[in-house]
Design a protein around this ligand. Structure first.
Ligand code: NAD
Length: 422
């Protein structure tokens, strides 16, 4: 490739940018057309959402069924490239129905904005001075977002801590902001920046960072569900799931994958609704590690009747206004399909999906192993990778599954045979 230093790339039109990358990346006309196709997201809209846009990257959108959450039925849009996730969520939700579905709740949608103060002569004294000025601080913050205040949100409280760092002690001030139906990053960052001069004045120090924290411990979503012993498939399965949970709780190598399974469901709904999944991922994993030891986001227990009780608790900073939630046409349609009216309701639904997803993964692992359930879906991907056309995929999959060998080389052999080239 010639140099990737392209001056003024951002100033060019989308099609100019695409021609440049097509040439430099040796893309065919067809490949360039594929990239340029933004589907329902109008090209002009995509171009305004991020920088240096050349096209879009579609993901499959599935709808999980069977979810009963706080006595309400939901159809849940999930955007994800991984096979089995939507099927597993739907299946888990069906099993949960026998135990009454999911009970979910959320705290108020409060986010934390951090203000870092350095070079403070008397950090403990400064901390108290900041806390004394709580009302003034909240006033400055709230003046910045009258719309949020009108909707019942706004800055609610102030916290301050002195921490030891590589650069010496620092005063860290937190503003706690009720973000209502917004994810809140822009809202909180704007407030943190606005209040920084006052914090400098109060503390006598210098402010550097003014930014939201993704460790949203004040914006939690919780769900619980009972999976009856009978619906799960008996005592041994309950036992197997409890063993799997104990493994995850004791071992970070397993726990990482345990939580990845939870996030399969969580992220798919977060993406489908146009929310910031990096924020949710960062929040979930930092919350899991909060006690100094990386923990499962879910917990599994057995009740007195021998049924399995699952719970989940994680930060859930999702919104229905702001960001892509209100601009991406597919996200808007998905929110309508889901039928949620507030960001907190969306957070509750996502918590239920995370719990369902974890149940499905643990059940599969504790019984037949994950690969059997995945086999035909995995085989589909392998068949496509081997070059099978739409009308050949099913035949290749059938033979791969029957032979229990899901490999590209075998799929290629089968294809040759089907095409009479063998
Ligand atoms: P935003 O600023 O676009 O919208 C929020 C604003 O909408 C509020 O401040 C309020 O003025 C208004 N509003 C109207 N109706 C409302 C209602 N019912 N409830 C609440 N507010 C209402 O978006 P945002 O939510 O502040 O920021 C989200 C975006 O910030 C996302 O795109 C995210 O990717 C991005 N972001 C994230 C981080 C991070 O997570 N660390 C950092 C920077 C930016």
């Amino acid at each position: 490739m010639s140099t990737s230093e392209i001056s003024g790339f951002y100033k060019k039109t989308m099609s100019e940018r695409l021609s440049i990358v097509q040439r430099m990346g040796n893309l065919t006309e067809e490949e360039a057309r594929v990239i340029a196709n933004t589907g329902p997201l109008e090209a002009e809209m995509a171009d305004r959402m991020i920088e240096n846009v050349v096209g879009s990257m579609p993901l499959p959108l599935g709808v999980a069924v069977n979810f009963l959450i706080n006595d309400r039925d939901y159809l849940i849009p999930m955007a994800i490239e991984e096979p089995s996730v939507v099927a597993a969520a739907s299946n888990a939700a069906k099993i949960a129905r026998a135990g009454g579905g999911f009970r979910c709740e959320t705290t108020d949608p409060v986010m934390i904005g951090q203000i870092q103060v350095v070079d403070v002569a008397d950090p403990e004294g400064a901390k108290v001075a900041v806390l004394e000025a709580r009302e003034r601080i909240l006033e400055v913050c709230n003046e910045k977002d009258p719309v949020l205040v009108k909707f019942g949100g706004g800055a609610r409280d102030v916290e301050a801590r002195v921490i030891d760092t590589l650069q010496g002690p620092m005063l860290i001030v937190h503003i706690l902001v009720d973000c209502r139906d917004a994810m809140g990053a822009n809202a909180v960052n704007t407030m943190a920046e606005a209040v920084a001069p006052l914090v400098e004045e109060l503390s006598g120090g210098r402010v550097y960072l003014r930014i939201i924290s993704n460790l949203a411990v004040k914006r939690l979503a919780r769900a619980r569900a009972t999976f009856t012993e009978e619906a799960i498939g008996g005592k041994d399965v309950v036992e197997g799931i409890l063993q799997a949970y104990a493994f995850a709780a004791a071992d970070p190598y397993r726990c990482s994958t345990h939580n990845k399974g939870v996030m399969n469901g969580v992220d798919a709904v977060v993406i489908a609704t146009g929310n910031d999944w990096r924020a949710i991922e960062a929040g979930a994993h930092s919350y899991a590690a909060l006690g100094g030891h990386y923990k499962p986001l879910t917990a599994w227990e057995k009740d007195q009747k021998g049924n399995l009780v699952g719970t989940i608790e994680l930060p859930m900073a999702v919104g229905l206004v702001g960001g892509a939630t209100a601009t991406h046409p597919t996200a808007k349609a998905n929110v309508k399909l889901l039928g949620v009216k507030t960001a907190s309701e969306l957070a509750r639904v996502i918590a239920a999906v995370g719990l369902a997803q974890n149940f499905a993964a643990l059940r599969a692992l504790a019984t037949e192993g994950i690969q059997r359930g995945h086999m035909s879906l995995h085989a589909r991907n392998i068949a496509i990778m081997a070059g099978a056309k739409v009308d050949e995929v099913d035949r290749v999959v059938e033979r791969l599954v029957a032979q229990k060998v899901i490999r590209v080389d075998r799929a290629q052999e089968i294809l040759k045979d089907i095409r009479g080239e063998g």
